[in-house]
Design a protein around this ligand. Structure first.
Ligand code: FES
Ligand SMILES: [Fe+2]
Length: 445
């Protein structure tokens, strides 16, 4: 099936036009093609190595519609399999995570070790199998490609993809900002949340990078913060600029901005400065020593990172890892965790979790505002009298090729960048999503 991408994305940079057709969020055939070409046809994020620290630990996830099991085998090697029994196809591991030397299929009890090898075909001798069957491999199907970038595990159901490092490109340096917050890397704080919303997966993709909605959609969160600030006015929080000459000099008139990268990865960011409002504050000095001030300062920036198509890391007052799983054109599952540097103090961890509860989770003060907005959009997409959306135009004349003095601080070379004040709220970074989308839907690896 071929999809005419020009019917969905109207990309005419010379004319200053970028529009997306509402049907990209609702069309069943588009969704089917997205599953085949994007989620089951290239690199997707699976999880963190920290989710499977011990031999025989495993977790389950999906690549598109395909159930996947990631497991550390008895020798400590990480492996990724299709979580489906070769006998009749039943899903093998039924839980989100666990520890198993042996997986026994619940249907007819074929069993597999933690390296995915067949251990036993029940009553094989009595089964009057042919010699051809006996010679066949009865183990689990390994994911054709599986790679670990600094503890971030990615897999591809298509073998025909570039190496992961090429796929991530310069955006890998943004994963480094997460991984390098501790010498021991990052981990997921216990207390995972899974929820669904009744709207398209690309709404979550976009919203993570959407600075424009913040003051409109989250007024209650902003008001609560303001009230707390007033109540705590005795103990004034240190200036966000304190201890940071770099941001003092370089940020005049700049509130943040955005970067976009090949293959659809994007970052939007804002200046926070080195402030005790951020749980990482206790490590500010040692991180500067270890990585240099530029990289340390970047770790303290507000950063919303998307690694296309399904990984998002949001770092602000706390830190969240999100995995997007499309279930249908109008239904999406989100799996979210608080992600944190290994070995931070109990006080920092407490602060991180409290601030996480504030903002994130379906029970927080921000996530419900967002998911309700996605669902409102999905309802609104039924209105196709003028199908072309106008939400991709802010920043058009501010977007430049390459990086800027901020990306230079970590030696990062994005494809495009925007420097913004507090109101520019760039929308051109979505262009990177849809250009990657077009390339993938047209069949590029
Ligand atoms: S489907 Fe797994 S043993 Fe039959
Ligand atoms: Fe939001």
């Amino acid at each position: 099936m071929t999809i005419d991408v020009t019917a969905y994305v109207d990309d005419r940079p010379e004319e200053g036009i970028f529009r997306v057709n509402r049907a990209i969020f609702t069309d069943e055939q588009v969704f089917e093609a997205e599953m085949a070409r994007i989620f089951e046809g290239g690199w997707v994020f699976l999880g963190l190595a920290a989710q499977v620290p011990a031999p025989h630990d495993f977790f389950t996830t999906f690549a598109g519609r395909v159930p996947i099991m990631v497991q550390r085998d008895g020798a400590g090697a990480l492996r990724a399999f299709v979580n489906s029994c070769p006998h009749k196809g039943a899903r093998l591991a039924q839980t989100q995570s666990g520890n198993a030397r042996l997986h026994v299929c619940p249907y007819h009890s074929w069993s597999f070790d933690s390296a995915g090898r067949s251990k036993a075909v029940k009553w094989q001798k009595a089964g009057c199998y042919s010699a051809a069957f006996d010679q066949q491999d009865h183990g689990l199907a390994a994911m054709p490609r599986f790679e670990n970038y600094r503890g971030f595990l990615f897999g591809s159901l298509s073998a025909n993809v570039p190496p992961l490092a090429d796929y991530l490109g310069e955006a890998a340096k943004l994963l480094d900002l997460v991984a390098d917050q501790s010498e021991d890397g990052v981990e997921l704080v216990p207390g995972q949340v899974t929820f669904t919303y009744q709207a398209n997966w690309k709404l979550q993709l976009e919203n993570c990078s959407d600075a424009y909605h913040f003051t409109s959609a989250h007024p209650s969160y902003i008001r609560v913060l303001e009230r707390r600030q007033q109540e705590a006015s005795g103990e004034v929080v240190a200036s966000v600029w304190e201890n940071s000459d770099y941001w003092k000099e370089e940020t005049k008139g700049v509130g943040g901005g955005s970067y976009s990268f090949p293959n659809g990865h994007v970052l939007n960011w804002g200046v926070f400065g080195i402030t005790p409002a951020i749980p990482l504050y206790e490590s500010a000095a040692v991180l500067a020593e270890r990585h240099g001030e530029g990289k340390r300062d970047w770790m303290f920036n507000m950063r919303n990172l998307t690694i296309f198509p399904n990984l998002q890391v949001a770092e602000n007052a706390s830190s969240q890892l999100r995995v997007i799983r499309p279930l249908g054109p109008g239904l999406t599952e989100m799996r979210t965790w608080c992600i944190a540097p290994v070995g931070e103090s109990a006080a920092a961890r407490r602060q991180r979790i409290r601030q996480y509860e504030d903002f994130f989770n379906p029970t927080g003060m921000a996530t419900p505002d967002d998911t309700v907005s996605y669902e409102n959009c999905q309802i609104g997409y039924a209105g196709t009298v003028d199908p072309w959306l106008q939400g991709y135009a802010r920043g058009m004349t501010a977007s430049v090729a390459g990086g800027n003095r901020f990306s230079d601080r970590i030696g990062m070379n994005p494809a495009r960048s925007v420097l913004a004040d507090s109101q520019l709220c760039d929308e051109t970074l979505y262009h990177a999503y849809y250009r990657a989308w077009v390339a993938r839907m047209e069949g590029a690896a």
